[in-house]
Design a protein around this ligand. Structure first.
Ligand SMILES: [Zn+2]
Length: 147
C-alpha cells in the first residue's frame, strides 16, 4: 500500500446528516477524495441501525481531518438528527465498541478519542466527545498536540 500511516495516536469522531455510506461515497467522489481501497476518506461508517461499514483500508491515511489525517483513524456517524443526542443509542454502542477495539489495536501509541470540533471550526460530530469518552472510561484529551 502506497500511503499507510506510520503511527496512530488519535481516533477522530465525525458526524453527518447524510444518511448512508453510499451518500458519503458520492459526496467524496464529487470532492475528488478517493484511494486504492475506495472513494471515502473515512475508515469506519456507523449507521443509525448500528450497521458498521468500512471505508478506506484501516492502515491507509484517511481524508477526514485536515492536518491530522497522517496519524489518525476517522470514524463517521451518519444520520445526524437535531438535538443533544444526534445519534441512536444503538449507533453509540457500536461507536463505543469500535473505539475500544481501536485503542487496543493501537495501544503502543496510546490513541486519544477526539471529536472533529476539538480542532476545527466545524460543528462535528455534534456532541461532546470528550465528555462521552470520559463517562465510558476511554482515554482522551481535549486537544491534539502534534499535527
Ligand atoms: Zn468532521
Amino acid at each position: 500500500m502506497a500511503n499507510n500511516r506510520t503511527y496512530t495516536d488519535a481516533i477522530i469522531i465525525h458526524g453527518t446528516k447524510l444518511s448512508s455510506l453510499e451518500e458519503l461515497h458520492r459526496l467524496h467522489l464529487n470532492q475528488g477524495i478517493r484511494s486504492e481501497s475506495g472513494p471515502t476518506g473515512f475508515h469506519y461508517i456507523i449507521h443509525p441501525d448500528g450497521g458498521l461499514r468500512t471505508g478506506r483500508a484501516i492502515e491507509e491515511i484517511g481524508a477526514h481531518s485536515r492536518g491530522y489525517n497522517e496519524h489518525s483513524v476517522g470514524i463517521v456517524l451518519v444520520g445526524r438528527r437535531a438535538g443533544l443526542q444526534p445519534y441512536t443509542p444503538t449507533a453509540m454502542r457500536v461507536l463505543l465498541g469500535l473505539t475500544r477495539d481501536l485503542q487496543e489495536r493501537y495501544y503502543a501509541t496510546r490513541p486519544h478519542i477526539v471529536g472533529h470540533s476539538q480542532f476545527s471550526s466545524h460543528d462535528c460530530p455534534g456532541f461532546d466527545v470528550e465528555a462521552w469518552a470520559h463517562t465510558k472510561g476511554l482515554q482522551c484529551k481535549s486537544l491534539l498536540l502534534a499535527s
